[in-house]
Design a protein around this ligand. Structure first.
Ligand code: ADP
Ligand code: MG
Length: 338
C-alpha cells in the first residue's frame, strides 16, 4: 500500500495548458474522490498518476518514489475505466488473469488470485462465461476484479459507474465502498457526480478548469465551502444564492448570501429573510421541493417535509435555520466569515 504525492503538476497539450499547478497529498489507505464538471481535468490528473499521460512539469510520487519516468505497469497501480475494456473473446476467468499471465505469474497463483477476487465480488459463478453474456453491472465487476488480482498499491477509478443504470449505480457504489473497507488500499476515484463523491470519499478534491478549488472531507465541503463554486457543486439540490436586494432583513450586507434548500423554513412575514412566489412543487414522497421566485427576480428552491398547502402564484416567507447561512464576496465569490 502507498500514498500518492502530487507536486506542482502542470499539463499542456501542445501549447494549451489544461492543469495549472496541482499540489495534493493522498494518504496511504485513503479513499479520495476527484469531482468537478466535465472538462475540468479529472481524468487527466488520474491518467498522470497512472502513467497514461506524461506530466509536463512537476512530480508525481507513489509511496516514496517519483514515478514521472516509470512505466504504467511498474507503478503498482490498477485502473478501472468507464468502458469496461474486457477482451470479448476471453472468458471472465481469462480476462481477470490476463495481466498476471503476461507477467509470467505461475498458473497456480493466478488461479488462487482470480478465485479470491471472484469470491469478493461474487462473480465465481460467471468465471467461465464470455463478457458478452454478462450484464453491464457484471462486466464492471469483472473489470474491478481484474484490478484486484493485480494487488495494486493504488486503485484508480475513472467514472466506473457512468454506464450503469440508476439502481445498479447505487448497488455498485456500495460494493466499491465495501471493497475499500475490506482491502484498505488507497483508492482514487473520478466522478462528476457529487452524490458519489459525498458517499464514497474520505477526502474530496473539487476541480475546476485545471485548478483545485478545495480539498476536504464531504462534511467539511458541505458545511464550509471555500467559495461559491464549491458551495453550488456540493449538495443537492444546489445552494440558493441571494443578492443584498433579495433579502428582507434590516441588517445591511454587501455579500452574496447562500442558504441551502434544506435550511429554509416557512415562517411569519416579520421573521423572514427571503420571500418568493410559489412557481412549482415537486412531490417526491419522502420530501417535496418548492420552486420560488423573489420579487427581485431571484429563483430559489426549498426542501420541505410537507408541501405547502398554498396555491401556485402565492407569496411564501422563509427564515433560515440557525448557523446555516453562508456569505460570499460579491467580486471574488470567496466565502467570508460575517
Ligand atoms: N488528448 C488531448 N488533447 C488535447 N486536449 C485534451 C486531451 N485530453 C484532454 N484534453 C483537454 O484537457 C481538459 C481536461 O480534460 P479531462 O481531464 O478529460 O476532463 P474531465 O475528465 O474532468 O472531464 C479539457 O479541456 C480537455 O479538452
Ligand atoms: Mg473524464
Amino acid at each position: 500500500m502507498a500514498g500518492v504525492t502530487i507536486n506542482s503538476v502542470r499539463k499542456s497539450y501542445t501549447d494549451v495548458e489544461v492543469m495549472h499547478g496541482i499540489d495534493l497529498q493522498i494518504n496511504d489507505g485513503e479513499f479520495v474522490v476527484f469531482v468537478g464538471p466535465s472538462g475540468c481535468g479529472k481524468s487527466t490528473l488520474l491518467r498522470m498518476i497512472a502513467g497514461l499521460e506524461e506530466v509536463t512539469s512537476g512530480t508525481v510520487s507513489i509511496g516514496e518514489q517519483v514515478v514521472n519516468h516509470v512505466a504504467p505497469s511498474k507503478r503498482g497501480v490498477a485502473m478501472v475505466f468507464q468502458t469496461y475494456a474486457l477482451y470479448p473473446h476471453m472468458s471472465v476467468y481469462k480476462n481477470m488473469g490476463f495481466g498476471l499471465k503476461q507477467q509470467k505469474t505461475p498458473k497456480a497463483e493466478i488461479d488462487e488470485r482470480v478465485r479470491a477476487a471472484a469470491e469478493i465480488l461474487q462473480i465465481t459463478d460467471y468465471l467461465d462465461r464470455s463478457p458478452k453474456n454478462l450484464s453491464g453491472g457484471q462486466r464492471q465487476r469483472v473489470a474491478i476484479g481484474r484490478a484486484i488480482v493485480r494487488d495494486p498499491e493504488v486503485f484508480l477509478f475513472d467514472e466506473p459507474l457512468s454506464n450503469l443504470d440508476a439502481s445498479l449505480r447505487v448497488q455498485t457504489r456500495l460494493e466499491i465502498a465495501r471493497l475499500h473497507e475490506r482491502l484498505g488500499t488507497t483508492m482514487i476515484y473520478v466522478t462528476h457526480d457529487q452524490v458519489e463523491a459525498m458517499t464514497l470519499a474520505d477526502k474530496i478534491v473539487v476541480l475546476r478548469a485545471g485548478v483545485i478549488e478545495q480539498v476536504g472531507s464531504p462534511i467539511e465541503l458541505y458545511t464550509n465551502p471555500a467559495n461559491q463554486f464549491v458551495a453550488s457543486f456540493i449538495g443537492s439540490p444546489k445552494m440558493n444564492f441571494f443578492t443584498p436586494d433579495d433579502l428582507l432583513t434590516n441588517v445591511p450586507t454587501v455579500h452574496i448570501t447562500g442558504i441551502r434548500p434544506e435550511h429554509l423554513i416557512l415562517s411569519a412575514e416579520d421573521k423572514a429573510v427571503v420571500s418568493g412566489k410559489l412557481e412549482l412543487i415537486e412531490q417526491l414522497g419522502e420530501y417535496a421541493l418548492a420552486y420560488l421566485i423573489s420579487d427581485t427576480g431571484t429563483e430559489f428552491t426549498v426542501k420541505m417535509e410537507v408541501p405547502p398547502s398554498t396555491s401556485i402564484g402565492e407569496m411564501l416567507y422563509f427564515s433560515a435555520k440557525p448557523k446555516t447561512t453562508h456569505h460570499f464576496d460579491t467580486e471574488t465569490s470567496v466565502r467570508v466569515l460575517s
